[in-house]
Design a protein around this ligand. Structure first.
Ligand code: AVJ
Length: 330
């Protein structure tokens, strides 16, 4: 990652400030309304809190998608392979046990498998490689350090091989419709005829179910949201008082998305020393930290079609809470 040597915050040992973080924070906190990008959630503590979220009773996404994959991994692999040998790429460095279901189904079919996790973080890729090669014999992990939001450039394959790209976990839900369309087009451009994309998306459902998933009783999602301010304190020498901000989840029906916000409980000024920046908050003012888009039945297929894929199959759970859709390049 690129780093700039900004002046260390007075009186503390500052970590090197990533230029990307500095720019995102400077831009987002100057905007009206204020915002911060959701990728900032995932420092060490944020990743740990997200893992806890996936195990919460209210957070149905992970377990519902896992149940779909558990029931249909064999069919998904067969549909993607169409009788050929498959290679599997994944956007993001491995969603652990969910990815494993698909890798195991491919191993059962063809004995060995090349698996290419794609991520911007070399350390996340190293961890995925170590874990998967140890746990699933027959898988050869070929990590690719890349920002897939700017297109996908994978290696040429052998004659007769097909590639299946996984983009599961409702990760696409963080992007607004235009960004999502661009991302899928970028993926499509990196694929050849016969290749396919497996997309996991969260579906619109009852408001109370959606809201509870992003505002759990145990307060883990609140801690996940607030951890972002803790990160800015540590990395940018900021003095956010975490007690002076609260967590808020909103179902924005018109935009079909859950929004997460941090709400300033009072009128206050925050100093971000490493940016030489002071930011004013009015009482009740918010920072918009995340969108998580939810789709209506048929919308994922339309997104795939608009990006140049042919919807080939889709799978859901009995409640129709989550969908996993396969798009093929014809
Ligand atoms: C990782 C983007 C799929 O939107 O549900 C979970 C992130 N945010 N709880 C989601 C998240 C709050 C999650 N994604």
């Amino acid at each position: 990652m690129t780093t700039t040597a900004l002046p260390p915050a007075a009186g503390r040992v500052a970590e090197p400030v990533s230029a990307q973080t500095a720019l995102a924070v400077r831009t987002g906190l100057a905007a009206q309304p204020k915002r911060l990008p959701p990728w900032l959630f995932y420092d060490h503590e944020g990743s740990r809190l997200f893992d806890r979220i996936t195990e919460l009773p209210e957070y149905y996404l992970t377990r519902t998608e896992r149940s779909i994959l558990a029931a249909h991994a064999g069919a998904m692999i067969a549909q993607a392979a169409q009788g050929s040998r498959l290679r599997i790429a994944e956007l993001g460095a491995g969603s652990a046990d969910k990815t494993r279901l698909l890798l195991a189904a491919a191993i059962a079919r063809q004995g060995t498998l090349d698996y290419e996790p794609v991520d911007v973080s070399p350390s996340a890729l190293d961890a995925a490689r170590e874990r998967i090669e140890r746990e699933i014999p027959g898988v050869r992990v070929c990590p690719r350090v890349m920002d897939y939001t700017h297109g996908l450039e994978l290696e040429e394959m052998h004659e007769g091989e097909r590639r299946l790209v996984l983009y599961i976990g409702s990760s696409i839900g963080n992007f607004d419709p235009e960004e999502a369309a661009q991302l899928l087009q970028g993926v499509r451009a990196g694929l050849r005829r016969g290749d396919s994309l497996l997309l996991g998306v969260d579906l619109v459902k009852e408001d109370s179910t959606l809201l509870a998933a992003y505002d759990d009783r145990a307060g883990v999602t609140a801690a996940f949201n607030l951890n972002l301010l803790h990160r800015l304190n540590r990395e940018l020498g900021a003095d956010f008082n975490l007690e002076a901000f609260g967590h808020r989840a909103v179902w924005n029906r018109a935009e079909s998305r859950i929004e997460m916000h941090l709400v300033s409980r009072l009128s206050q000024r925050v100093r971000l020393a490493a940016l030489e920046l002071d930011v004013e908050f009015a009482a009740g003012e918010t920072i918009h930290t995340e969108n998580s888009f939810k789709y209506l039945p048929g919308q994922p297929e339309t997104m795939l079609t608009e990006a140049g894929f042919t919807p080939a199959a889709s799978w859901s759970d009995p409640n129709r809470w989550f969908a996993v859709c396969l798009g093929r390049v014809d």
